[in-house]
Design a protein around this ligand. Structure first.
Ligand code: PXP
Length: 252
């Protein structure tokens, strides 16, 4: 199975919004990313519109040929926008006003009855629904029960443990992701992963054969300042392919 790269352009909008105006344009970044080999574009329209705006989402949908993965909180407002925009996929994420980024996974197990109709609503509109969850058995099983098509496993705790040099927690989190990816795949869910990934962690996790898509933003946009977005997209693809070929080697 090949592995896809979704480039998250939120933080191009963060830089733009620091000054107001139109520059730098996240839609231009998305076009460049696709030209350089990204398989899809991800953007998170937050309730407070701190980076991506409604107009960005509309333009991403209209101007980008690659699939759009619309990250959203499971609110009525966002459901309406998703219905009007008809992105390829909607990734439901938890959202707190005070957080800097999406801190944890969505609580699905305890909110099945609230989430199930939202998953059904989006699915019936032809939008592929992904749930952003911790690699936790209960959450994975609940996602399958409410008939999500996809789970995106939160890699944040693993990446953070690596950055802090915490070897045992990093190994523990990596194992949780491995077991979680397997379980989700067994249950018929498509498995994605993301949050906090860089070249090394993206390469390592690409070795899990069940994972078919990585969504990466902050690190890639940050590195683009030094090397340019097209170069960073190509490097990320190479890192992911290296990781993937290791998976094939192990399976052989
Ligand atoms: N996947 C989801 C669901 C996210 O919320 C985010 C952050 O917006 C990402 C992936 C990308 O994370 P990062 O910007 O740390 O690469």
């Amino acid at each position: 199975m090949p592995i896809r790269l979704g480039v998250n352009v939120d933080h191009v909008a963060t830089v733009r919004n620091a000054r107001g105006g139109r520059h730098p344009d996240p839609v231009r970044a998305a076009k460049l990313a696709v030209t350089a080999g990204a398989d899809g574009i991800t953007a998170h329209l937050r309730e407070d519109r701190r980076h991506i705006t409604d107009d960005d989402i509309r333009r991403l949908r209209e101007e980008i040929s690659a699939p759009l993965n619309f990250e959203m909180a499971a609110t009525d407002e966002m459901l309406k926008i998703a219905l009007a925009t008809r992105p390829h996929a909607a990734c439901l994420v938890p959202e707190k006003r005070t957080e800097r980024t999406t801190e944890g996974g969505l609580e699905v197990a305890r909110a099945k009855s609230a989430l199930a109709p939202k998953v059904a609503f989006l699915s019936q509109a032809g939008i592929r629904v992904s749930l952003f969850i911790e690699p936790d058995q209960r959450q994975i099983e609940a996602a399958a029960e409410i008939k999500a098509a996809v789970v995106e496993l939160h890699t944040g705790a693993w990446c953070e443990a690596i950055l802090q040099g915490k070897v045992h927690p990093a190994e523990y989190e990596f194992e949780r992701l491995r077991v979680g990816a397997r379980r989700a795949h067994q249950l018929g869910l498509e498995v994605h992963a993301g949050h906090g990934l860089d070249f090394e962690t993206a390469e390592a996790i690409s070795a899990f054969p069940e994972i078919v898509e990585l969504n990466i933003g902050h690190y890639m946009i940050g590195e683009s300042i030094f090397e340019g977005l097209e170069s960073i997209v190509r490097k990320m693809r190479t890192a992911m392919e290296r990781g993937r070929s290791r998976a094939k080697g192990e399976a052989a």
